[in-house]
Ligand binder design. Structure first.
Ligand code: NAD
Length: 377
């Protein structure tokens, strides 16, 4: 199985730089666009899913959806030729859960996977696709964005390993914003800020290029408009559609740019203290933005513009206040004694080219502020 631990340094050089060749100064970058179809239409998931499965020529579909999304899955996949309904899903894809899903795929001779749910559900479908090569049609119900990346993740002995593989990229994403209407406001806010974190980190991640930054800027703009609408009117479609569109853009930018400092921090914290994924991102984001923005003027300008604010940090702070966003890691169970070990692990994983040099002192300060819910410095 192709595998790498994402705590190791990125192997590719920064993708975007101003270079001088034959006396000519110019922008130079390489950008890979991942090939997948995106179908975005509210109240149309069942019909579009049926279309996509027909187009794939699949006759034995394995539908993956967590228990909580069982009813929803049976409703929107009712017209499909389903060989197996799989409802065992767990956060961060434990290997034993992945193994059981792979066995079921083989036992039922599945020829396609449909996943309906959040990032955990998409992650399980990816784990099955990784070893079987089965095509995935993804129907996301959170703003996590896993459906638009070729990144898989598996957890064994409390250690999450991630890697990239073209086989895990869903062939088609079916976005139906009506499926988000049941996502409670607090989870919508945390998940939306997880998407926002993809955008912000894509400004300075190791492979960030001008295309990623453009997508990320538009993603921030859409999320900045959508999330307050979701919070104010959870049953309204407009906010849900804006947020879902922003979440997709955020994931595309992230898939290309790679993990920046923010994602490395959250990866370490999530793994060490079993913290909830979206909420951890929501808490840590303003601290990383305040940490990097002063040393990244182009990112600062783009993020501020996307927030329609005077400064990037001010724009994020204003949005977080409107959303009553999660504030502290201790609220989610991280012990204060964990700050030291986490700082050490993060130091070993700092992505190359992070705008602000990371030291034991400043990363400890950042973690402490995020732990206690202090204002970002
Ligand atoms: P999740 O999938 O665990 O879902 C969180 C909760 O929300 C669950 O209880 C779920 O049942 C519920 N839920 C989902 N949709 C709902 C809806 N519409 N209405 C009501 N409840 C709903 O959490 P998540 O934040 O979506 O995903 C987190 C996972 O995704 C993590 O493991 C993370 O590492 C992974 N992820 C992977 C990538 C990638 O590129 N590989 C990107 C982002 C996240």
């Amino acid at each position: 199985m192709p595998a790498f631990d994402d705590r190791q340094p990125e192997t590719r050089p920064p993708a975007s730089s101003v270079v001088e060749r034959q006396g000519v100064k110019g922008v130079r970058f390489d950008h890979d666009t991942l090939a997948q179809r995106v179908r975005f239409a509210s109240a149309s998931a069942a019909e579009i899913l049926a279309d996509e499965i027909k187009e794939l020529g699949a006759a034995r579909v394995m539908v993956i959806a967590a228990e909580a999304e069982r009813e929803l899955a049976h409703r929107i996949a009712a017209q499909l030729p389903v060989a197996h309904w799989h409802h065992e899903v767990a956060m961060h894809v434990p290997v034993e859960v992945a193994e059981r899903a792979r066995e079921q795929a083989a036992a039922h001779r599945a020829d396609a996977l449909v996943c309906i749910g959040g990032g955990s559900t998409t992650g399980l479908a990816k784990a099955v696709a990784l070893t079987t090569g089965l095509p995935i049609v993804a129907v996301p119900t959170t703003y996590a964005g896993s459906e638009a990346t070729n990144v898989w993740g598996l957890t064994e002995h409390a250690r999450k390993t991630t890697g990239t593989d073209p086989r895990v990229l869903p062939r088609t994403i079916v976005y139906d914003a009506t499926l988000m209407l049941t996502l409670p406001v607090d989870l919508s806010v945390a998940s939306g800020l997880n998407a926002l974190a993809h955008c912000v980190d894509s400004m300075w991640a190791p492979r960030a290029d001008p295309i990623d930054r453009a997508l990320a800027g538009e993603g921030i703009r859409a999320l900045r408009i959508g999330l307050p609408l979701v919070a104010a009117e959870p049953d309204g479609l407009d906010g849900r559609e804006h947020a879902l569109y922003g979440a997709y853009l955020s994931a595309v930018a992230f898939a290309s740019a790679g993990s920046g400092l923010h994602h490395k921090i959250c990866h370490v914290l999530g793994g060490m203290f079993d913290l909830p994924h979206a909420q951890t991102h929501a808490v840590v984001l303003p601290h990383v933005l305040a940490f990097n923005a002063p040393a990244a003027p182009d990112a600062e300008r783009r993020i501020a513009a996307a927030f329609d604010a005077e400064s990037a940090t001010g724009g994020l702070a204003r949005l977080r206040t409107r959303l009553d966003a999660p504030r502290s890691l201790r609220d989610y169970g991280m012990p204060e004694s964990g700050i030291g070990p986490a700082a050490e692990a993060i130091l070993a994983a700092v992505p190359p080219g992070n705008p602000t040099p990371v030291t034991a002192d400043n990363i400890t300060g950042l973690l402490h502020a995020a732990w206690e819910g202090a204002e970002p410095r």
